[in-house]
Design a protein around this ligand. Structure first.
Ligand SMILES: [Cu+2]
Length: 566
């Protein structure tokens, strides 16, 4: 699974592979046959989406299919996911707030000649037709003499752009500074995700991150770069994708910060503009590309290099019975997306991720001292003194199994109870009702006779002078009401004169003493097996229930036993 790295962390080989992959997309065809090449497909798709209002026939500057509304975050996540698949290498992100904090964002590594290339040249060149602010160095400089050089495109639905085909940038010209780390922290603190009227005028995290309110964030970074990053065709500048990976990373960190707090949900579920509700198909892809489908980056198969690996800082309690079954609260960090919790090498019997910093787990059986570890796609928690769980020998009796696990509600069944600490047992209980009789066969086995019972599932417990066994899943006994049950008849119709052969299927038929067609007894009957009776119908009219009577009772009437006279 790809890890999206900070662009400053890329190796020279990774920088070269990224630039090659981007330029290669310009030489591949658009599979849709709309744009001139695979890269430009994304330029036109972004521009068209930005020009398409939501709801339809309103103003796209109030809300469009991917901006100025709730789907801003999920739409660009899906857009980048598709682009990254076509790119073939993981997208890095441009952490503009860190560059701003460095004091010289215009010379940050992202603008190196082996990455995105530098700011535009303020001077124009009438000889070549080069406009002011054209990028003249690096991999994405346009050169009219070199057909393989980087060319940007026009969207015919937009006003003509005289700079095309030159990539232009104008650092700080429109917007003097990039957002700061403090701006990022403040934005991460905003909840809920979004609010009515679900557009450019909304309060909430999304509109702060998009930048129409608050410190400007996404919008401010577009404007600080300027030039080709300004119009709806902004993916013309490949830094668009590094910028939006950073925007997506901030959303992922917001999702982690508020994970399971009740404030982390995507909004709206419904009632918002078309394409912006939780399960709306997003423009232009449609379902299954919905906001709901992109909420979990782990599920999408990627995450960012600042996603914390899990770490365990404490257990409560840190000790438990060697038979397992104890509830253990695990505290730490980086638990979002947990795929496994282990006690030593044994998986927890069960676990629930309560928040990014807490997991509740049920201990498996074990011995001695073991490390409790948590695994997410981002890694497994390192073992430490803080994660040690110590098993202690259970005192008193323990039930670890029963056989059979079910019996008659009339009682009288022989139940073998296995476990430990049974020597000297003074009582065996079925949910409070004493066993009719029991024999301690050994320290690990008791034979008990079930009492009559009415409960569906009851706990069998053993009491000795050392205590009573705790109820456990292994000791649950199910009472079954005995008696015959009819589950089918064939045929389901016959003559009103009687004399038809009817095969009755079901259970508990052994020892049957009668078959009724309502209140009239069958003319004849043969018990073929415990699950089948062959009967001869008596004369009758209308629709009747066929019932079977044994010494345990009479089968209840049901739709499965209905026979119609014709
Ligand atoms: Cu956009």
């Amino acid at each position: 699974m790809p890890v999206r790295k900070n662009v400053v962390s890329l190796s020279a080989a990774e920088r070269a592979a990224l630039v090659t992959a981007i330029k290669t997309m310009k030489s591949k065809p658009d599979p849709d046959g709309v744009a001139g090449n695979l890269y430009d497909k994304y330029v036109l798709q972004h521009s068209l989406t930005m020009r398409t209002a939501s709801p339809p026939n309103t103003d796209p500057n109030v809300c469009n299919m991917a901006h100025r509304g709730p789907s801003f975050c999920p739409w660009h996540r899906e857009f980048l996911r598709r682009f990254e698949q076509d790119l073939g290498v993981p997208l890095p992100y441009w952490d503009w707030a860190a560059d701003q904090a460095s004091g010289s964002p215009e010379t940050a590594p992202v603008w190196g000649d082996d990455l995105m290339g530098p700011n535009g040249d303020p001077a124009s060149d009438p000889v070549t037709g080069r406009p002011a602010q054209a990028v003249t160095k690096g991999p994405f400089a346009h050169d009219p003499a070199d057909p393989a050089s980087w060319s940007i495109i026009q969207d015919s639905g937009l006003p003509a752009d005289p700079t095309v085909p030159w990539l232009t940038r104008n650092f700080g010209g429109m917007q003097p500074t990039l957002p700061t780390p403090q701006d990022v922290t403040a934005t991460l603190g905003v909840t809920p995700y979004d609010n009515p009227p679900w557009n450019v005028g909304s309060q909430g995290f999304r509109n702060n991150l998009e930048g129409f309110i608050g410190p400007g964030m996404h919008n401010a970074a577009h404007m600080w770069v300027g030039g080709s990053m300004m119009p709806a065709t902004s993916p013309n500048d490949p830094v668009f994708f590094l910028h939006h990976a950073n925007v997506d990373r901030i959303w992922a960190n917001w999702q982690r910060q508020w994970f399971k707090s009740g404030k982390d949900d995507y909004l709206p579920v419904s009632g918002g503009p078309t394409g912006h509700n939780l399960t709306d198909g997003m423009f232009p892809w449609g379902a299954p590309s919905t906001p709901d489908s992109v909420l979990d980056t782990f599920a999408l198969g990627y995450w960012y290099d600042d996603a914390p690996a899990p770490a365990v800082s404490s257990l409560n309690p840190a000790t438990g019975a060697d038979t397992g079954g104890d509830t253990v609260v695990i505290t730490g960090a980086g638990f979002m997306g947990t795929t496994a919790v282990t006690f030593g090498t044994t998986p927890a019997s069960a676990f629930a991720v309560d928040s990014d910093t807490q997991i509740t787990a049920i201990s498996p059986a074990g011995t001695g001292a073991v490390d409790v570890t948590v695994t997410t796609p981002a890694g497994t928690s390192p073992v430490s003194q803080a994660d040690q769980f110590t098993y202690t020998a259970a005192t008193g009796p323990q039930v670890t199994g029963i056989s059979p696990t079910s019996g008659s509600s009339a009682g009288g069944d022989t139940i073998i109870i296995t476990g430990s600490g049974f020597t000297g047992a003074t009582g065996v209980s079925f949910d409070g009702t004493p066993a009719s009789a029991f024999t301690v066969d050994s320290d690990t086995q008791i034979t008990a006779i079930s009492p009559a019972g009415t409960g569906i599932a009851v706990d069998i417990t053993v009491t000795t002078p050392a205590g009573t066994s705790p109820p456990s899943r292994a000791g649950v006994f199910t009472y079954i009401t005995p008696g015959p049950l009819v589950t089918g008849i064939s045929p389901t119709m016959g003559s009103s004169a009687g004399g038809d052969t009817v095969v009755i299927t079901g259970s508990g038929f052994t020892g049957a003493t009668g078959v009724g067609f309502d209140v009239t007894s069958a003319a004849d009957m043969t018990v073929d097996s415990d699950t089948q009776i062959t009967a001869i119908s008596p004369a009758g009219t209308g629709t009747v229930d066929i019932t079977v009577t044994t010494p345990d009772g009479t089968s209840p009437a049901s739709s499965a036993d209905q026979f119609t006279y014709m």
